[in-house]
Design a protein around this ligand. Structure first.
Ligand code: MG
Length: 372
């Protein structure tokens, strides 16, 4: 049962190149399947989420993170009577524009582009992947996704000003995105903040004591779990506490978003679009807990000394390779050299690097710049 304010697939604004309906799958299900079959999606498996040189196959990579976001998003979308097919497709595509090496890679790529008077933005890059770089069909370039998918790729995590981005005019920048897209950034946060506590603990970069001291919501649940399972091994108590945080954040997002929808009298998708603020969000209480968890992770994991070496390597690799190809474009693969005749050289190098996996960029570095 879809709510009146959900995106109804039969009202989709459709694809750039119209296609006949499919006998078994609706348009958003087809979009989801196109994402799963995309090359950029498969590459997520070899891209950093938090850990680059993993000593263990247990830690998340960008693909398994993406699957967790999709799973959390579907639950929330179902509870809010939103379009689960669209939410799932948007969740699966949400990180497709990320370069190798997570945020360190992104930062270095953006810095290299800024020296050329340009910049790198992973949402805009994701749009170019699905519109242009993926080549699967004889009739057109890209995946020919529905409007709602492309709009969600652009608008799920931030607002782009119409004045600064005239090329995005068709995506209704003066309107809020549908709730299906609004959810993605929040479920992304729920998924990674709980998962990174888990991987941080499992990698021994975060101790139980540190987490209990730095993340009050964790400590509260851990105490509950200790009362129920005093004899259980520490890791299982840890898991139980983490599960309770995940449930609390998910429930907080569902309940508070429902409340806001009710209070604002939202009945249709047009109401969602024309509402002055985004409607999906946590209550202030849960939001405060989420922020505590997030800043704990920044201080103790993402910006930790233990990961600093990996991040420095990542930035150096991206920066040096970018500079190398700027100086010697003839070392680029033939198809990228041809692209550089139409597009600017820095943009072409940026696209090339952004598409790489961690493995591939390590290889390129050793080939052109020496040992890491
Ligand atoms: Mg993500």
């Amino acid at each position: 049962m879809l709510a009146g304010y959900a995106v109804h697939v039969e009202n989709s604004r459709g694809r750039r190149f119209p296609e006949p309906p499919h006998p078994y799958r609706n348009d958003f299900q087809r979009d989801r399947d196109r994402v799963i079959h995309a090359r950029a999606f498969r590459r997520l498996e070899a891209k950093t989420q938090v850990f680059t040189r993993r000593n263990s196959d247990h830690f998340r990579n960008r693909l398994t993170h993406t699957l967790e976001v999709s799973q959390v998003s579907r639950t929330i979308a179902g509870a809010l009577h939103l379009n689960v097919d669209l939410v799932e497709a948007l969740a699966l595509v949400h990180d497709i524009g990320h370069p190798p090496f997570g945020h360190a890679g992104e930062k270095a790529l953006d810095a290299a582009m800024r020296e050329q008077g340009l910049y790198f933005d992973h949402n805009l890059h994701a749009l170019r992947i699905v519109e242009d770089f993926e080549q699967r069909y004889a009739a057109y370039r890209g995946l020919n996704l529905t409007f709602e998918m492309r709009e969600g790729i652009i608008k799920h995590s931030r607002d782009y000003s119409p004045a600064e981005h005239p090329e995005l005019t068709e995506y209704l920048l003066d309107q809020r995105p549908p709730l299906e897209a609004q959810l993605i950034d929040l479920t992304d946060e729920i998924a990674y903040s709980t998962a990174d506590l888990d991987d941080g603990y499992e990698s021994r970069l975060l101790s139980l004591e540190d987490i209990r001291a730095g993340v009050p919501v964790f400590d509260r649940f851990y105490r509950d779990v200790q009362e129920i399972y005093p004899e259980a091994p520490e890791k299982l108590k840890f898991n139980e506490a983490l599960k309770r945080i995940l449930n609390r954040f998910v429930d907080g997002l569902i309940t508070n978003t429902k409340r806001r929808i009710g209070q604002a009298g939202i009945l249709t998708l047009d109401h969602v679009r024309s509402h002055p603020q985004r409607l999906a969000g946590f209550s202030p209480e849960v939001e405060a807990e989420r922020k505590q968890a997030k800043s704990f992770l920044y201080e103790n994991l993402y910006f930790s000394k233990a990961l600093a070496g990996e991040k420095d390597d990542a930035e150096r690799i991206v920066t040096d390779l970018f500079a190398f190809w700027m100086q010697d474009p003839t070392a680029l693969p033939q198809n990228y050299q041809e692209k550089a005749e139409e597009d600017s050289l820095p943009r072409v190098i940026c696209d090339y690097i952004a598409g790489m996996t961690d493995n591939f960029i390590f290889e390129q570095y050793e080939r052109y710049c020496g040992r890491v």
